[in-house]
Design a binder for this molecule. Sequence first.
Ligand code: MCN
Length: 797
Amino acid sequence: MTTRLFGEPVRRREDARLVAGNGRYLDDLGADALAVAFVRSPHAHARITGIDVDDAVDVEGLVAIYTWEDLPEGVREPLPLLIPHPALTHGRTAYCLAKDVVRHVGEPIVMVVAADRYIAEDVCERIHVSYEFLKPVVGLENAVEGPNLVHDDVPGNVGAHMVQEVAHRDGRAARDVIAAAPHTLEFRLDIERSACMPMEGKGVYARWDADDRSLRVYSSTQTSTSVRMAIAAKLGLPLPKVEVIAPDVGGGFGVKIVHPWPEEILVPWAARLLNREVKWTEDRREHFVSSAHERAQVQHVKVGFDDEGRVLGLDVEILHDHGAYTPYGIIVPIITSTQLLGPYKIGSYRVEFFSVYTNTVQVTPYRGAGRPQGVFCMERTMDKIAQYLGKDRTDVRAANFIQPDEFPYDQQMIFQDGRPLIYDSGDYPASLRKLKDLIGWDDFPAMQAEAAAEGRRIGIGVGCYVEGTGVGPYEGGHVQVTSDGRVHVSTGLTSQGQGHETVFAQIAATELGVPIEKVSVVTGDTRRFGYAVGTFASRAAVMSGNAIALACRKVKEKALRIAADALEADPADLEITDGMVHVVGAPSASIPLATVAVLSNPLRYAFDEEAKRATQFATSGSMDRPPVAEGQEPGLEGKDYYSPVRSTFASGMHAAIVETDPDTAEIRILRYAVVHDCGKMINPMLVEGQIHGGVAQGVGGALYEKMAYDEYGQLLNASFMDFLMPYVTEIPRIETDHLETPSPLNPLGIKGAGEAGVIPVSAVIAGAVEDAEKIVIDRMPISPSDLYALRDSSRTS
Ligand code: MCN
């Protein structure tokens, strides 16, 4: 049947428009708007002692210069702390424009509005800010050792300290279990700071309607409804007077969930004040130094295990670099702490983290959000146990797996959403079997020996993960069938390239029994849908997918009722196929869904062709205006919300074969295999695309990408000339297989997939390089020069 599209590899509907250059991104809008540029701090830590604009004020085309002093009351306050937590005793957020102290290179100090961006940038160069230099805090060890402070009132630079502990079932604490375990290991693992690099940076464009006293704001955001709430609150406007629209968004990867960015408040504020259209688009350097970074973590591990490699006790101490501010609270180290357990039954567990301020760009979630660090920690632990016991690395993992008959499995911890960490479903042994077959795990030792005989070094690595997806609290869907038979779907969360236009249409087409060509989808537009949370944490498919399905079911129920009247049938005997409502088994007894839409509205317009036909079909005359039945509403539309009891847990396993060059230490990925389980797949082709993109980002994190700060807090590689991202030539073909263990928690049985690809890559590559080189790899990313140095030090040690 053409309308059963859930689960089919439907091609992405949005691509033809985007690839042909017909996308409408932020900078495609507001061609006549005034342009904004910012004077940003060149210093990592300094007190502002003066701002001199005398040289700038005469520049032709300059419209306005604003500093913190010029801002109105609400906008003068520090930006909101989005996710407070009791353990975050010293949360700190930035001002829209720096008030007195700058705490990282790139912090905005002065906003310039001018006729165009060239003029705005010229004006910025003529503004002279004077500073009293303060000692910068750079690097985790420096932060905790002191004596310099990022925030005067945060002792030891520690913003948060948290311990979670799961005792052994005999009541012993993890540290006691480890002390008494047959075998113990202790080591340190580092992951360097990195950042996502969406093709399109952030951007905001605002228009003030002085007559209506309302704002329309376009933002390249992952969370349009929250940006709207923030603007309304900060500018003192009623919510209905603010519209926020996310146009096409060229990637987000987490950085566009932070809300509001200073620019998202400042640009609308200036538009209202000046009564002019105002726009700011981030340039690449701004993205490097004034948006957000992630990863940046040091992890000390102690593990106790038995002869089979079963983990009896695990003790992890995490030092998390938060950068200068904590707008997103401590969500990243909390995710690391809880998701680190992966698919394993760990006998007892203690995790402690310190979240520390440094004079660097703030750290907020980036695709995977804390999980790559956690998985690096756990999977390196599994590898080390296997090596210590002389066992196969997959056998050690299998010995620790939660078994398929143990779901729901309670990890006895509190998850990031404040709810119990309970895995809903999965089949980890089956995933591992599939993965081993896919990569040819058991044949590898022979291959490796053969390669060695030719003087080549190859190695294999494996990594497993579990990912909490589809966090609440809610998402909604609205569905309307119009008299031309078209179905209009809207949901409040936004899209950044995930293919929502396709998958949400698949869901609506399947639920309503209409051809997908008849379905249109709108996301991220508060005019169409006002209440939403946003796109992050791999939640859109679960949250909006289910909400849209529920809304469709409401519409279908109404449609069948109306059609049953018209066909003099029982609604229970009707179904909808290809846009026709018909009696099951008797397709000739049918009416089009379009006609049902007309019948749903007593006001049938004479200029609507379908209405004319429907009126003749179903009533005695065109003047007929039946009353709306009690409890009913006119129109064939419905809205519903989906709000889960708790998150659903996707999982996956990756393996890679790498080759390292004996002379140059170049690392090449020869093969990369993924087995992934995101429950019921709406669109397997899109899921694979998501995984491929994620793996590519993971390869970047494993081998190339890091933020190179010097001791003064200057980011030395803040451009694509110096920050190394992999090209397609560095990304191997990714072989993918799936497993579908449906989630019992939501009507469609879906789990999320958007971050999965990136999560275990560093762990997998580290294991593979270690296997090729027989050198311990405990820090990522690893470049050829790092590997070269490691070879040197292992020769001398
Ligand atoms: N999907 C599916 N079946 C499932 C699960 C997902 O067909 N069982 C499809 C979805 O319908 C959707 C895609 O896979 O088209 C991802 O779905 P989901 O896992 O719900 O993730 P989100 O849509 O919520 O996207 C967020 C996620 C995150 S957190 C980051 S970061 C990320 C990512 O998606 N950023 C991206 N993928 C990205 N892809 C692009 N192109 N650009 C980004 O910025």
